[in-house]
Design a protein around this ligand. Structure first.
Ligand SMILES: Cc1cc2nc3c(=O)[nH]c(=O)nc-3n(C[C@H](O)[C@H](O)[C@H](O)COP(=O)(O)OP(=O)(O)OC[C@H]3O[C@@H](n4cnc5c(N)ncnc54)[C@H](O)[C@@H]3O)c2cc1C
Length: 441
């Protein structure tokens, strides 16, 4: 079958293996004599090539809810369970996932493997901070448990390890109690980047915080933005808000011609969005779907970038250099005549001890670029800027980073390799990304 990530770049041919349960998964891994590389595959919401290999071991049928302890706020479920499905079960019981990425289809296995972050990293850390235990099928076919207490080195390598230590079959997660599933949102307008940072810092105790940036604004307007702050609403209402996308059937059925997305249309969109937000009410209450998963309103929106797909570029840099770095990045994009359709800025809290986790203290900027031949030299320029500011790129979004950049910016890669070699000496688990980054092969 043809396989790709959410960015639809790169594409490859792969064999899809869909074990019916964890025993079948163990049997498949243990029985493999041939040297084909394989990698765990969740919902394919990573953008680049981290979930691409000759064999994709899907968690699609590892989707059972195994145990919900409502006294202790603990859930055990299969790795293939989608975060949106956990919310449907948990919200009526007053429970919620402590960390949510921006797509509800993301699987538990994928969330652990990328150690995903949400709009509350500055307060609550990343997904794996709330993972108590993982059941992992190793290259030998053995099923092991890892946690902070049991096989801790394997746990630290698996959380954020992009599937390279084995296939996760299930996980035990801590849940939060919430007063309601609705979010009180406040928005603040910033007329430039410095103002945006000020707003974020002034509101650092806000539970959720994310800024949308007009990437195409220049000069005195550079970095003009809208900061969205959110808190769980204090009401007893635990209704599940309606699934807008499914209800209205909004979707992109095929790839649109990529010329529709160009600098002029993007600039017009960004300017009118900023103008509209300025006029809008500053406070509103939203259902959790609208607040956490706004892009899911249009299914297959990734097809809007045309058949060649798009690349998402997400980096993190320390707070001290954030204003300088992001200003330089936005100026470089403008100088090269490019634009990002969607640009998002978030503040991160402290890093954790997971060896390949992305999040670290500072600011993270996310940009989307249509895939076109001239893009790659711009991204190399951006790599140099990011490295010069002691930053790094997010593996879950990456499709083209060089081995050199990876090894310079992920200081624990050698420690990770030592654990990988111990549990998977023949590199049974490898992806197109891990080969490119010099972690396998
Ligand atoms: C619209 C959108 C918004 C997003 N917003 C955010 C965000 O706010 N924050 C954030 O951090 N990320 C975000 N992401 C990225 C996404 O959360 C991650 O890429 C996540 O890893 C995708 O999970 P998945 O189930 O789709 O896994 P896949 O994309 O299938 O795989 C991702 C990685 O996980 C590994 N993996 C998957 N399942 C298993 C398993 N069972 N065992 C071992 N390894 C496994 C794969 O090998 C691969 O390395 C977003 C993505 C989209 C499309």
């Amino acid at each position: 079958m043809e396989a790709m990530g959410w960015g639809r770049y790169p594409k490859t041919t792969a064999e899809l293996i869909q074990p019916a349960n964890s025993r079948a998964l163990q049997k498949f891994i243990a029985s493999q004599k041939k040297s084909a590389s394989c990698i765990g595959r969740g919902s394919g919401r990573s953008y680049g090539d981290s979930a691409l290999a000759e064999q994709l071991v899907s968690s699609r049928f590892l989707d059972n809810f195994l145990e919900l302890d409502q006294q202790q706020n603990v859930l055990r479920c299969g790795a293939g369970v989608k975060l949106g499905d956990i919310l449907k079960i948990c919200i009526p019981r007053g429970l919620f996932l402590p960390v949510l990425p921006g797509a509800k289809a993301v699987s538990v296995g994928g969330a652990i493997a990328a150690d995903v972050h949400g709009k509350n990293h500055h307060l609550d850390g990343s997904f794996c901070a709330h993972v108590q235990k993982i059941s992992l099928v190793l290259a030998s076919g053995e099923l092991v448990t890892c946690s902070e207490q049991e096989n801790p080195e394997l746990f630290r390598a698996t959380c954020g390890g992009m599937g390279l230590t084995g296939v996760i079959s299930d996980a035990t997660l801590s849940l939060d109690s919430i007063p309601s599933s609705y979010i009180n949102q406040r928005s603040l307008i910033a007329n430039n980047l410095a103002e945006c940072f000020e707003h974020i810092e002034d509101n650092a105790d806000s539970k959720y915080s994310v800024a949308w940036l007009d990437c195409l604004a220049t000069d005195k307007n550079l970095g003009r933005s809208v900061l969205y702050l959110g808190e769980h609403a204090e009401s007893k209402n635990m209704e599940i808000d309606t699934m807008y996308g499914e209800r209205f059937g909004l979707g992109v059925p095929f790839s649109t011609p990529s010329f529709l997305l160009n600098k002029t249309t993007m600039s017009a969109f960004n300017a009118s969005y900023f103008g509209a937000q300025k006029k809008k009410k500053r406070s509103t209450t939203l259902g959790y779907n609208n607040y956490f998963f706004p892009l899911d309103r249009i299914s297959n929106w990734n097809r809007l970038y045309g058949s060649k797909g798009f690349l998402q570029y997400q980096f993190v840099i320390p707070s001290e250099s954030a204003l300088d770095c992001i200003t330089t990045v936005l100026e470089k994009i403008s100088e090269k005549g490019k634009g990002s359709f969607l640009t998002v800025l978030k503040k991160f809290g402290e890093s954790n001890e997971n060896l390949l986790s992305f999040a670290r203290s500072g600011y993270t900027l996310t940009l989307d670029f249509k895939n076109e031949p001239t893009l790659f030299s711009l991204l190399e320029d951006l790599d140099r800027i990011v490295l010069a500011h002691d930053g790094r790129l997010y593996l879950a979004k990456d499709a083209r980073m060089s081995e050199e950049m990876f090894k310079k910016s992920y200081p624990n890669w050698e420690k990770f390799m030592a654990i990988k070699n111990k549990y998977d000496p023949k590199n049974r688990f490898a992806s197109l990304q891990s080969n490119r980054l010099g972690l396998t092969q």
